[in-house]
Design a protein around this ligand. Structure first.
Ligand SMILES: [Zn+2]
Length: 277
């Protein structure tokens, strides 16, 4: 599943190819994506709209039109965009939505498993999905003291808390493991046991990690691709994710181990990330 750096990479790709373009036609090939809207309502909502901005919050993409209508997207497991200046001779598989622009260019939405969602919002309409969503890790309002205040209310292991999009939005399994390794925090540590210093280090680690991952256009483990069909390059810089059995690249004193937390794999170094209970 794309996490914040992969979504940011897609957002940057979309900005470079669809900003200021006007939609001439929308083709819906799979109605499941449209939440509760009908195909007719979806098409008429987007017809002749011009894209003014492409933004990201957590793992969500927000396309803002000049009319101030908004399209909220979540790519979930396998959603991706493919941009072409003109119709290609070969057909792509698993295309679920097609946006044609008046200059002849085309944006395809491809989604093998069809878990992606496209929701529409009128100008000034509140985005319901954002009501319970935690702050983006880069939000200026997120500082160590408010981060620790949120953590103090939770008893779940810190790894699980970081995956909870209501606490902080944008992290998935890869970057939670990597951020905790950077911050030298044990993934099993109950959230309310973190010190203020640890919370500050963790927040700093999350930001540094995500900044670097964005610079490398995200991580491609299975099939993540940017809008121009390039794989991410951050997988080469991963330190613990899927590195079980390998010597820790920092302390060189222990092997990275894999455990299960909430049915998901966690990777960490038992020496660098000792439990401080
Ligand atoms: Zn280590």
């Amino acid at each position: 599943m794309p996490e914040l750096p992969e979504v940011e990479t897609i957002v940057k790709g979309l900005r470079s190819c669809v900003l200021n373009k006007t939609i001439s036609k929308v083709t819906v090939l799979h109605v499941k994506l449209l939440a509760k809207r009908s195909v007719i309502a979806f098409k008429s909502f987007l017809g002749n709209e011009t894209i003014a901005q492409v933004k990201r919050r957590g793992k969500y993409i927000v396309i803002v039109f000049k009319s101030n209508k908004r399209l909220l997207l979540h790519l979930r497991m396998t959603g991706k965009f493919i941009y072409k200046q003109a119709a290609p001779s070969l057909k792509f598989n698993h295309i679920r939505l097609i946006f044609n622009f008046i200059d002849g260019s085309i944006l395809y939405y491809q989604d093998l498993r069809i878990f992606g969602t496209f929701s529409l919002f009128n100008p000034l309409e509140e985005i319901s999905e954002f009501k319970a969503l935690g702050p983006d890790p880069f939000s200026k309002t997120l500082n160590p003291s408010c981060f620790i205040a949120k953590l103090k209310k939770r008893t779940v292991p810190i790894k699980n808390a970081l995956l909870d999009q209501r606490l902080i939005s944008g992290l998935g399994n890869i970057y939670t493991c990597e951020a905790l390794f950077r911050a030298k925090i044990n993934p099993l540590l109950p959230s309310n046991k973190l010190s203020l210093a640890q919370a500050a280090t963790l927040l700093k680690s999350i930001r540094a990690l995500l900044t670097l991952a964005i610079k490398y256009n995200g991580t491609t483990i299975n099939d993540f691709r940017s809008v121009d069909d390039k794989a991410g390059r951050f997988q080469k810089l991963l330190k613990v994710y899927q590195k079980q059995g390998q010597t820790c690249p920092r302390c060189k004193k222990a092997e990275i181990i894999r455990i299960k937390q909430n049915q998901r794999s966690t990777f960490y170094c038992p020496f660098c990330q000792k439990s401080n209970l």
